[in-house]
Design a protein around this ligand. Sequence first.
Ligand SMILES: Cc1cc2nc3c(=O)[nH]c(=O)nc-3n(C[C@H](O)[C@H](O)[C@H](O)COP(=O)(O)OP(=O)(O)OC[C@H]3O[C@@H](n4cnc5c(N)ncnc54)[C@H](O)[C@@H]3O)c2cc1C
Length: 413
Amino acid sequence: MAVRIVIAGCGFGGMAAALGLKRRLGQSARIIAIDKTGRFDYHATLPELVSGKVTEDEITIGYQALFSQHGIEFTESEISGIDWRKKRVLLPGRAVRYDYLVLAVGSQTDFYGVPGARENAFEFKSDSDALAIRSHVGKMFKSCKISGKTAGDTCIVVVGGGLTGVELATDLKDLLDKVCAQCGIPGNEREIVLVGRSKHLSPGFSEEVGKFCEEYFKKQGITLLLGNPVARVGKGCVVLQDGRKIKAKTIVWCAGIRPSRLAEELGGKNYNDRCGLVLNKYLQWIASPSIFAVGDCGYCSAMEVQPTLTAMRAIEQADYVVHNIACEIQGRPNRKMQYSPRVFPALISLGRGMGVMSYQGIWAAGRHISWFKKITHHIHLARFRHDWEFLEYFDELFVSLMELIYIVSVRGK
Ligand SMILES: Cc1cc2nc3c(=O)[nH]c(=O)nc-3n(C[C@H](O)[C@H](O)[C@H](O)COP(=O)(O)OP(=O)(O)OC[C@H]3O[C@@H](n4cnc5c(N)ncnc54)[C@H](O)[C@@H]3O)c2cc1C
């Protein structure tokens, strides 16, 4: 009888695991993929969905159509729990049995207990969040055009100076350029404010890159209030710890994430509050080796320094999990691979016409980088949409190219 493998959550990690396992194991495995939504969102392009540079159809993939082409079963349902002792995934009204489970349920927004943040700020985690922000901004600016009043209505506050906050703020600037021109609102009557807890922007790279982004924000007229954490969020205002109050009708919370609620509930003693399920060197949950985890919901406890959580990381981990599950099923457990993360180049998009790339301390910025980032998105989407196996080598090629540039630049010094 075919081995039953359940994939819980079909984002970057889960999607790569489902397609990879089916390709590797064929008819010998029954792959059952479950997600609470019916389609995959390509998160890295969500800021561009806010500014309208891409459409929802361009950056989402329907699971049912994709998985059925590959003989993977798909169920759209919210998983309410996992009974790991009985090896069952719990859905409303039924349970799905597994021999192996790949947990890939990602993360949730962390409001760090800041009063009013959950109630009064937008989250920024999905295509529906991006569309809600876009529509709200449009409404605010149109109402100013009618009433002639602008106080607070035309101010947007982005909370969080990491990668997501930085990218969103610059795409909001592009959105406002369009909306203000349509509504006849002068440039000096609108404001985007980015508030961050750290003294510098930290989109995940070196201090130098952070400083470059700060200079770029100044040129774009985006106000930075750094080193000043948010104390509370009210209806139409953000209050900082130094007592300053910013009136804003649009507030977006990009200040942090924590592992998904499902991982938290499953984990018990074998869970870390910030990093998720505690995994061994083969990415198996230490309490139950038939559960593997990938992406934002778990971490490999064998490593001292944890790699940054990114989409590429989730895909990389899925490749390990595919191999390791295949080895177990095929009776070759000694051939399993220990997780060894690669250093990936990082790309930031700073709105229209600017991008930054960073790798092992060397970095470059310019319009060409923003194009390069766009190309990588298209390639990743095509890899999933068509399951083109050869595109797996794109990441390898990309990293090797960066390694070559790095070696040449280090030798040149
Ligand atoms: C706005 C934004 C921009 C980003 N930009 C970049 C970027 O430029 N580059 C980059 O590398 N990374 C970026 N990231 C981070 C990247 O998206 C994540 O690291 C990556 O998605 C993690 O993959 P994952 O598989 O762990 O989780 P996800 O891709 O989040 O997938 C989790 C899946 O689980 C499903 N799920 C959750 N709970 C349940 C449940 N109870 N029942 C059923 N299904 C459930 C969800 O619907 C989702 O489909 C960005 C993230 C965001 C939010």
